[in-house]
Write a protein that binds this ligand. Structure first.
Ligand code: SF4
Length: 405
């Protein structure tokens, strides 16, 4: 079966991974690297080649409604590189009018000129890694910026033309109490962002943070305090007019009353197709999951050596897995339940998979509803979603759906 044709009407999202950072933060386990900036020109050439080959392999200019430069630190890319990548995308994909085109930025790496350049190149949404308003917390996180850099970056962004600005914050830091966290939230609100992403600090094996904790050098707040911080944020942001639409994400509305959800991330949470470009990037289209070479040099070489790609995998793909029906259904629950209001629609599930949601996961749903972690919502109870308590125990809920049954 040619799944390209079968998915011809779907709108696509494109993710571009930029794995370069000035410094590798102690808590980070993303696919990033510091000290390899000299490879940026070759990397950008490889990305453009990957986009070109992937676009050609689709057999048509696929319609694209979101593009996301993530990292790493995409704001380290020269403006001309971003413009060139977007030109390549427009040549090989049909970027729709009004498409959301986001770039993640470290506040310490931008200038008014670079932001004006990104805006002129077509970027229309910025996501700044603010993380905290507290200098000691920023130092602990080894961030290469201070809170004044965040204020400057936001002011310059607005002068450059950007209205759709998102800020990332981290809670659950060592020594951070609810008061300190509340001060960070208030500082972020002063900046009037369109969107906020709030993440609990997670300790990933292999990171310096993991070693510090193992040696007893660092202690994180307990789960109760972290939950208190999460609830504090939920209440404060709701009072400030933000709508929580995902476990970690809140959005304001624009002047016309439209919500400013991150449309790119919605694509993942709704289980819709996306292509991933760059080192370690993942993709999902037509029931096939792909993943690229992680290493920057290996990725560049794979792209340089390739003459063609087999859709939806690009020339640097090392994973190209067709998901079983069961795996697709499990994944749908894992990511869809993150959307705390929308949840997973029973009608959509039936249409996609040909099986009723309430039958496929009868045992799990009964157990989680009885435990007060899931609820049916909407008119005629047409969607399954997390309860308020379930939001705090999301991982426990998701794990129920991936076990054998
Ligand atoms: S700037 Fe972000 S991506 Fe880069 S090392 Fe720090 S946390 Fe990781």
């Amino acid at each position: 079966m040619c799944y390209v044709n079968s998915m011809a009407t779907a709108l696509y999202s494109l993710y571009l991974h930029i794995p370069f950072c000035r410094h590798r933060c102690g808590y980070c386990d993303f696919n990033t690297t510091a000290g390899l900036e000299a490879l940026i020109p070759a990397y950008v050439d490889a990305l453009r080649r990957e986009i070109r080959l992937a676009g050609r392999s689709a057999g048509e200019r696929l319609p694209v409604h979101t593009v996301f430069f993530g990292g790493g630190t995409p704001s380290l890319l020269p403006v001309e590189a971003v413009a060139g990548i977007l030109d390549e995308i427009r040549e090989h994909f049909e970027v729709l009018a009004g498409a959301e085109i986001s770039l993640e930025a470290n506040p310490g790496t931008v200038s008014l000129e670079s932001l004006q350049g990104f805006w002129m190149a077509g970027i229309n949404r910025l996501s700044f890694g603010m993380q905290s308003a507290n200098p000691a917390e920023l130092a602990f996180l080894e961030r290469q910026h201070d809170v004044f850099d965040v204020f400057k970056a936001v002011e310059w962004s607005r002068r450059a033309g950007f209205e759709n600005l998102s800020l990332d914050l981290i809670f659950g830091l060592p020594g951070q109490g609810s008061d300190g966290w509340a001060r960070t939230i208030e500082t972020a609100l002063v900046l009037k962002p369109a969107h906020l992403s709030l993440y609990a600090l997670t300790v990933e094996e292999g990171t310096p943070l993991h070693r510090w904790i193992r040696r007893g050098l660092v202690t994180l707040p307990d789960d109760d305090l972290a939950a208190e911080m999460y609830e504090l944020a939920s209440e404060r942001l709701e009072a400030a007019g933000f709508e929580q639409y995902e476990i970690s994400n809140w959005a304001a509305r624009d002047a016309n009353g439209n919500n400013l959800f991150c449309r790119h991330n919605l694509q993942y949470w709704r289980g819709l197709p996306y292509l991933g470009f760059g080192a370690g990037a993942h993709g999902y289209a037509g029931g096939v999951r792909t993943a690229n070479e992680n290493g920057v040099r290996a990725y560049i070489q794979a792209c340089q050596n390739a003459e063609a790609a087999v859709f939806p995998a690009g020339p640097a793909a090392i994973v190209r897995d067709r998901l079983t029906l069961k795996a697709e259904m499990q994944e749908r629950m894992m990511v869809g339940l993150r959307l705390i209001k929308e949840g997973v629609s029973a009608a959509d599930f039936l249409q996609r998979f040909g099986w009723p949601l309430e039958e496929v996961f009868r045992r799990q749903i009964q157990k989680l509803v009885a435990a007060g972690l899931l609820e049916w919502s909407g008119e005629n109870e047409k969607a399954l979603r997390l309860t308020k308590r379930g939001r705090l125990l999301g991982n426990r809920v998701f794990m129920e759906f991936v076990g054998e049954d």
